[in-house]
Design a protein around this ligand. Sequence first.
Ligand code: GLU
Length: 388
Amino acid sequence: MKLAARVEKVQPSLTLAIAAKAKAMKAVGIDVCSFSAGEPDFDTPEHIKTAAKQALDAGKTKYGPSSGEPKLREAIAHKLKTENALGYTADNVMVTNGGKHSLFNLMLALIEAEDEVIIPAPYWLSYPEMVRLASGVPVIVSTDEKNNYKITPEQLRQAITPKTRLFILNSPCNPTGAVYTPDEIKALAEVVVEKDILVVSDEIYEKIIYDGAKHLSIGAVSAEVFDRTIISSGFAKAYSMTGWRIGYLAGPVEIIKAATTIQGHSTSNVCTFAQYGAIAALSSPQDCVEEMRQAFALRRQVMFERLNAIPGLTCPKPDGAFYLFVNITQTGMTSLEFCDALLESEQVAAIPGIAFGADDCIRLSYATNMATVEKGMERLDKFVRSHS
Ligand code: GLU
């Protein structure tokens, strides 16, 4: 079967594949400890589910505007203005089928053949593939574990060429958990303005930060960088709404209009009644977000301590998201060998770092309950000791 050349250039999503494998093993009764997908184990908070059920009962079951329900776009613009100091109105916002889809729409709206997109590595695995699907060229810039895997302004400046269209910034970062400080964000913003490129800021983990780390949206640094910024985010991580598929894109009106046109010819609109759940998420007290954040903070502490007691494994303490990015160099295994053997012999699911552009690491998600964290760390300890 002859397929389009564009699919030959991309790999299936390994995060989704390994998470599905772990779920399938669990379904047949195997006692798997899954640290694979970044999916909070909490149920969606009750008031959000109630709002969606009420919308369903009220007949919000029809097509809606491609850009999203007006009330939700207004609520998102209000959030971005009051929490992030980004002066958007509803016209600057579109609602998408998850954060992944907002980035995908954006790539199709902005990238032409051969346009370069700068992606710091380790990166979330879908970024390069989306760029390739849009016929662009991912330019991968490797970052250093000693610098907590953050791209420096010099590295960004050096990677920029006349073909550079876009820089993808992800803070807090999936997979490393790194959070750029406000000063680091300001220094990157200077380069974006000086070189006159666009930046997409993926802020899906903004609410999940620890130990007093501060989230600054790059678009809030100056009027010049605001004009060159597009925000991508969603409800999945902060409100435990992964299956709802509600994300958003915010940025200059021309870009939002173009991305909305693309959405209008692909998915039409996001599930109408689900958007009412998202409105409730933004317009209700945020205690549920803080409760989940505190649970993640506790798990992070336990997992980090247990991990660093295992000889041969190291990782920086993450300031955000819900992942540990663990260096496995001393085991002598590739990340795929390590993860395959770990799942096979100890029934612990982890994501090989090769998927994120770092074959000397594995990613462990602690968006799972404490009992699994404890049991999984014991098994990981046994595995590493028996392989050293
Ligand atoms: N973003 C999550 C992760 O990295 C969900 C899976 C995916 O969409 O890749 O695990």
